[in-house]
Write a protein that binds this ligand. Structure first.
Ligand code: PLP
Length: 393
């Protein structure tokens, strides 16, 4: 068997991370990994999460198996968090998953079971794991361009590429804080995607992994909620990794929305059959913590707003400096982008120069995690960016 073992390329992110750890320069900056960092460079456990964990430990609830759909209270809270006070609450069928990635895979398996010929239309550039997850479920993936003009999504380019989408295909969109570009549609552009889905009978699939990291939890769900108001059938994958800092607790949900309630029982059964055949049921700890946070959300939302404001302040400070320095306009777009990530308009050679000459680590495709930065490093980064953009590489 092992003679068939393929030589697979390691993940480029982890290779760069090893390089970062081995780098002896004191002023090195890690803008690689997609986790939130505070001003001290830590990825802290939120205080409300710690409190919830203490509460849970004191109660020491039984570790007996939960339902196949996971923690039902958590699922209800998540549906409300995602949909707001939508009249369509009763149209959703939600199951707990192993993080947002688990939600993506469960929905991919769901689509592959019911509609194996559906093509998944995926933003390019996009989240690195979307394609492997979809293809892992046996689905075909096609890219469509996701680029900006002066910081605004170039929707003409999207629709040019989506021209070939056929009835029953899936349009995979990021709910907010697009990874890796930070470029989100305006509300008017969300409406254009809705009109497209309705006209072409394409199914929307929204992956929302950063609700609360852009403009706020309500604002960041506005596109998703606009879809929910107008589209009978849609798919949602959501994660609590970032907005609750529950990364390794693997907490998320998969949601199917349909106004045909006669389909709710069979579709829940199918979702549960998919998870049963994979991992049976998701771990409970993160969902139990999240349920406590949702039951008294204000203190948690206040902590979340500190994270969001830190990122937005860093973006503003960087953008202002780049403006003062007369940096290329394409670089200044960083202020208009949302969430942790931005895609720098730099070539792989320029990203390498940024690393080798200035000890600033980002992905070769230009992706940087703004949250990896400290206020005191903003000016150093701005000067380094202008320097590598001037160079001939
Ligand atoms: C767009 C997007 N979707 C899904 C995920 C996966 O989230 P999780 O860590 O909860 O699996 C991520 C994580 O980086 C992401 O950026």
């Amino acid at each position: 068997m092992l003679e068939n073992l393929p030589i697979v390329q390691g993940d480029p992110l982890w290779a760069l991370l090893h390089q970062f750890n081995a780098d002896q320069r004191d002023h090195k900056i890690d803008m690689l990994v997609g986790v939130y960092r505070d001003e001290t460079g830590q990825t802290p456990v939120m205080q409300q999460v710690q409190k919830a964990e203490q509460k849970l430990a004191a109660v020491a609830e039984s570790k007996s198996y939960k339902m196949l759909s996971g923690n039902l209270e958590f699922n209800d809270h998540m549906a409300k968090f995602l949909l707001g006070d939508s009249e369509r609450f009763s149209d959703q069928c939600t199951i707990q998953t192993v993080g947002g990635s688990g939600a993506l895979r469960v929905i991919a398996d769901f689509v592959a079971t019911l509609s194996p010929d559906a093509v998944i239309w995926n933003t390019n550039p996009g989240y690195l794991n979307h394609r492997p997850i979809m293809e892992g479920a046996g689905l075909n993936v096609e890219p469509f361009r996701w680029q900006h003009v002066g910081g605004v999504l170039d929707i003409e380019a999207c629709f040019e590429d989506l021209e070939q989408a056929k009835e029953g295909d899936i349009l995979l969109l990021h709910g907010s804080c697009h990874n890796p570009s930070g470029v989100d549609p305006s509300l008017a552009q969300w409406q254009q995607f809705i009109d497209f889905c309705l006209a072409k009978k394409v199914v929307p699939f929204i992956d929302i992994a950063y609700q609360g990291f852009g403009d706020g939890p309500e604002e960041d769900a506005a596109g998703l909620r606009l879809f929910v108001e107008q589209v009978d059938f849609m798919l949602v994958a959501a994660s609590c990794s970032k907005n609750m800092g529950l990364y390794c607790e693997r907490t998320g949900v998969a949601m199917v929305i349909t106004n045909d309630h006669s389909q709710h029982a069979p579709l829940r059964t199918l979702l549960e059959r998919i998870t049963r055949a994979n991992y049976s049921m998701p771990p409970n700890h993160g969902a139990a913590v999240a349920s406590l946070l949702f039951s008294d959300p204000e203190p948690w939302l206040a902590e979340l707003s500190v994270c969001r404001e830190r990122i937005n302040d860093l973006r503003k400070a960087l953008g202002n400096l780049l403006l003062e320095m007369n940096a290329p306009v394409s670089l200044q777009a960083v202020t208009r982008q949302k969430g942790m990530f931005s895609l720098l308009p730099l070539t792989p050679e320029q990203m390498t120069a940024l690393r080798e000459k200035h000890a600033i680590y980002g992905m070769l495709n230009g992706r940087i995690n703004i949250a990896g930065l400290k206020q005191a490093q903003v000016s150093y980064l701005a000067k380094a960016l202008v320097d590598v953009m001037k160079s001939e590489c």
